[in-house]
Design a protein. Structure first.
Length: 107
């Protein structure tokens, strides 16, 4: 066979491989202990989709004015975020509860 005739099959195999790996990557659980720092709320193209709840959260979040260095401490900003968050009502990547003390992952 000529190399030109193998190209469509190689492309199809590559696309199939990428689709299979993409499905597997979508099943990963978010490590919420690493979500802290400068947070920007967005309506499109978020890093994570988050649902605010009052019980059974994955992460307890404390909004701070400066130095968000511990897990669960978020400083809300309008530019140069560490993470972009979209607040949703269903199908979140993880759930948060806003607290005034003791932020961090729910064990």
């Amino acid at each position: 066979m000529k190399p030109g005739k193998l190209l469509p099959f190689a492309i199809a195999a590559l696309v199939l491989l990428l689709l299979l790996l993409g499905v597997r990557a979508g099943d990963k659980k978010v490590d919420v202990s690493k979500i802290h720092g400068r947070i920007q709320y967005v309506r499109s193209f978020p890093d994570y989709k988050v649902q605010a709840v009052t019980s059974f959260p994955d992460l307890r979040v404390q909004v701070v004015e400066s130095f968000p260095t511990a897990p669960g401490q978020w400083q809300i900003v309008d530019s140069f975020p560490d993470y972009k968050i979209e607040m949703v009502d269903s199908f979140p990547d993880f759930k948060v509860q806003f607290v005034t003390s003791f932020p961090g992952p729910n064990k």
